[in-house]
Design a protein around this ligand. Structure first.
Ligand code: SAH
Length: 378
């Protein structure tokens, strides 16, 4: 708060982005999203814990311990099917508060050889969340290792978990006009001030890169259509595919999105204080996500050499893994208040009107392994 006008203290990502647009011109949606979430100083995830009642949103592992436990048992089962490689890397992308990994490891302790063989790797860019993960996972026999990117995790046999990670990776958007496909960009509103810049969507001036991004099947979409692609997500899925094609391994990717994409539609959304907010309003202050295109992730992993299974609806997958039985077991030792809490969490995780069908699980596996648990008929 030094010096009169407080300008320094009030510096913001919006001003930083506006200055950058003055120099470089409009930004892609991907660049805007990348900065809004990951800017080292102002990025949404960088300095805060966004989860829970006091935060902006909540996630499946924060709703109930049952989620992480079942993911942990899925990992143990898949590891056994892979022949029990020892040692192996247990990797989580975007671990949030570390709750999922904590619950997974507790459940997996039923097979001590699994825990002995595992080295835990957490891929996390946010210093605030790394600190939180360290707290949650304190007391493990071996400290987890943190990395900025999956590329930095050493190669070898691997089981990988990602819950609500891909929806935070940058997307690009293209729009069909009467003159063809143009990439959607973000620019400063001409009548806004340097102090409080506002942003708007514009279309690139020459439709060259726009057309190149549109998947073949969607080129004939009607005028006005918006199509989203996520080269950043596909690059990660491809790398997972390459890793588990060369070493025994599997991955479980859980997120919200569409199974048969890429589809037409603008799904970029901002969440702030558990409510939707305008996406360009306060970069760095709101969570920005987009629907995950599971078909493209599966395609990229197959290109890398892996086999893909699903996606199946989260509700169906958790039910096949026995979430109802787990809930009944937890309720046996619960007070009436706790029991109704368990029922409410169960309904939230598997209910078709809640997370049960919007969220989906995609499994990737080394060639020849066959369908992992919960994917048998998919
Ligand atoms: N899996 C957790 C958190 C989901 S939120 C849960 O289910 O509760 C997204 C997580 O991904 C956060 O931990 C965020 O800091 C991290 N993240 C976002 N973008 C990332 C990136 N590009 N690289 C690594 N981590 C990222």
């Amino acid at each position: 708060m030094s010096g009169g006008d407080g300008r320094q203290a009030a510096d913001s990502l919006a001003r930083h982005l506006a200055r950058r647009m003055l120099v470089d011109g409009p930004m892609t949606v991907a660049a805007f999203m990348g900065e809004a979430l990951g800017h080292p100083r102002f990025g949404y995830y960088m300095g805060r814990d966004p989860f829970g009642a006091g935060g902006d949103f909540t996630t499946a592992p924060e709703i109930s311990q049952m989620f992480g436990e079942l993911v942990g048992l899925w990992c143990v089962d898949t590891w056994a099917r892979l022949g029990g490689p020892s040692p192996f890397h247990l990797v989580e992308l975007g671990p949030g508060r570390g709750t999922l990994m904590r619950d997974a490891l507790r459940a997996a302790a039923v097979v001590p050889d699994f825990a002995r063989a595992a080295t835990v790797h957490l891929v996390e860019t946010s210093p605030a969340l790394r600190a939180r993960q360290k707290e949650t996972l304190g007391g493990l026999p071996r400290e987890p290792l943190w990395h900025d990117r999956l590329d930095d995790v050493p190669e070898g046999p691997m089981l990988l978990i990602a819950n609500e990670f891909f929806d935070a990776l940058p997307i690009r958007q293209v729009q069909k006009t009467s003159h063809g496909w143009f990439e959607r960009l973000i620019d400063v509103e001409p009548d806004s001030t340097e102090e409080t810049p506002r942003f708007r969507f514009v279309l690139e001036a020459f439709g060259s890169s726009g057309a190149r991004l549109v998947p073949g099947g969607l080129r004939g979409a009607p005028e006005g259509s918006v199509v989203e692609v996520s080269p950043a997500s596909c690059a990660v899925a491809r790398l997972i595919g390459e890793r588990i094609a060369t070493h025994p391994g599997a991955a479980i990717l859980i997120d919200y999105g569409y199974a048969h994409g890429p589809a037409v539609g603008d799904t970029l959304q901002a969440l702030r204080g558990h409510a939707y907010a305008p996406v360009l309003e306060a970069p760095g202050e709101a969570d920005l996500t987009a629907h995950v295109d599971f078909a493209s992730l599966a395609g990229a992993a197959r290109e890398g050499g892996a086999e893909a299974f699903g996606p199946v609806d989260q509700g169906a997958w958790l039910t096949r893994l026995g979430i109802a039985q787990r809930a009944a077991m937890l309720k046996r030792n619960a007070t009436p208040a706790q029991a109704s809490g368990i029922d409410a969490a169960l309904a939230r995780l598997i209910g078709t009107d809640q997370m049960g069908t919007l969220f989906k699980a995609l499994a990737l596996a080394s060639p020849g392994l066959g369908a992992p648990a919960g994917f048998e008929s998919s």
